[in-house]
Design a protein around this ligand. Structure first.
Ligand code: PLP
Length: 397
């Protein structure tokens, strides 16, 4: 039977303490024990349904984590206080000094900086590759490689990683395939294609209201349990725990994700096609000319479209800045980093979210100065939005 992430999330039904339709929020950092020996036992193992201290686990975070595991079709999941917290805990859990990572060269700038600048302090080194070129990926793997890392739809270039092919390579070399699925929740289910660990910045589509920073790691029971090990767990010891109040609010927002993703995708598809008719260079995976359109079509779950993200190349930084200021003035959306918000957000990745990547590498990979990354909002009348954008282009120098 086909996997339907929306139904999988829907079936996670919790009751509050008094029969409420939302689960109760566990507003405690620590938990009582009736018997002292039980406390000892939970330190040594982990007792199902028993809680010790909220950096270790919190029932409200567990509700959200379990529902996110249902979304990603993994056995288990653990939420974190940011997407970067999820990424850093994952790689630090897997890698020891001397190990290596092979990563896509176009990844979110913060991930790039973590791999390139920060992890070498712990003698963990990363080789960056063109993830589309599978031969290059294979060549970069050494006996020290532990992780193959990519984003399903890359930030900011919107390249699609062939997760099934990468999974074969990872399995052949005994590596963990870690996939950041932030741009494509519901749209792609990476574990169904062979990924081992799936990460999200919940800050984006999953929460959808740009009111918090949060993350999640979705994986098998063994890996998720290892993260909260009191002696060796990266989540437990580095400590990026999510606050339970926030977990409760993200869980409520997650309930409407399927509807939002469909609308974001529908609007982005419409705008891409229309903007193309104006002669604007648009990159959108839903357009047949996108180099990985076919690939994504074969990888995706039906119904959710090709994402709400599109790129426009307007030729120069000056024009990109002018366009974004005009679009904000026209109330098309906000000149802001981040994505997955109900309003449209736009930024120039070269000077913002990808600025951590050195200029020569940005040029080589195609992150040009005139790029405008658009996270298309939930606009009801997208035809009207298109007319406004067209007006802005007409006024552009
Ligand atoms: N992964 C991707 C693809 C992102 O775009 C971002 C942030 O922009 C992150 C991870 C980091 O997430 P957070 O900002 O929640 O730490």
């Amino acid at each position: 039977m086909k996997f339907d992430p929306a139904s999988s999330v829907q079936d996670h039904q919790y009751f509050g303490e008094f029969g409420g339709v939302n689960p109760s929020i566990e507003d405690s950092s620590t938990y009582t024990f009736l018997k002292a020996d039980k406390m000892e036992e939970i330190f040594e193992t982990s007792l199902e349904g028993c809680y010790l201290y909220s950096r270790h686990w919190n029932p409200t975070n567990k509700y959200l984590s379990d529902t996110l595991a249902a979304l990603e079709n993994t056995e288990s999941a653990q939420v974190a206080s940011s997407g970067m917290g999820a990424i850093s805990c994952t790689v630090m859990q897997i890698c020891s000094s001397g190990d290596e990572i092979v990563s896509a060269r176009t990844v979110y700038g913060g991930t790039y900086a973590l791999f390139k600048n920060f992890l070498p302090k712990f003698n963990v080194h990363t080789t960056f590759v063109n993830i589309i070129n599978l031969e290059e990926v294979k060549k970069a793997i050494t006996p020290k490689t532990k992780i193959l890392y990519c984003e399903t739809l890359s930030n900011p270039l919107l390249e699609v990683a062939d997760i099934a092919a990468l999974s074969k390579i990872a399995k052949a070399h005994n590596l963990k395939l870690v996939v950041d699925n932030t741009f494509t929740p519901m749209i792609v289910t990476p574990v169904n294609l062979g990924a081992d660990i799936v990460i999200h910045s919940l800050t984006k589509y999953i929460n959808g209201s740009s009111d918090t920073v949060a993350g999640v790691i979705c994986a098998n029971n063994e890996f998720i349990t290892s993260l909260s090990d009191v002696n060796n767990g990266a989540s437990m010891l580095l400590g990026p725990v999510m606050d339970s109040m926030r977990a409760a609010s993200i869980l409520k927002n997650l309930r409407t994700l399927h509807i939002r993703v469909k609308q974001h995708s529908k609007n982005a598809q419409f705008l891409s096609e229309r903007l193309k008719t104006l002669g604007i260079k648009v990159v959108y995976p839903g357009m047949t000319e996108h180099p990985q359109h076919e690939l994504l079509t074969n990888m995706m779950n039906t119904e959710f479209g090709y994402s709400g993200m599109l790129l426009m190349d307007v030729g120069s930084k000056k024009r990109a800045y002018q366009l974004m200021e005009m679009m904000q003035e026209e109330k098309i959306g906000y000149l802001a980093v981040s994505l997955g918000f109900y309003k449209t957000l736009f930024s120039a990745p070269g000077s913002s979210t990808s600025s951590e990547i050195p200029e020569d590498e940005r040029t080589e990979t195609g992150v040009s100065e005139g790029l405008v990354r658009m996270s298309i909002g939930l606009d009801n009348d997208i035809e009207r939005t298109y007319s406004k954008i067209k007006e802005c282009f007409n006024k552009l120098d």
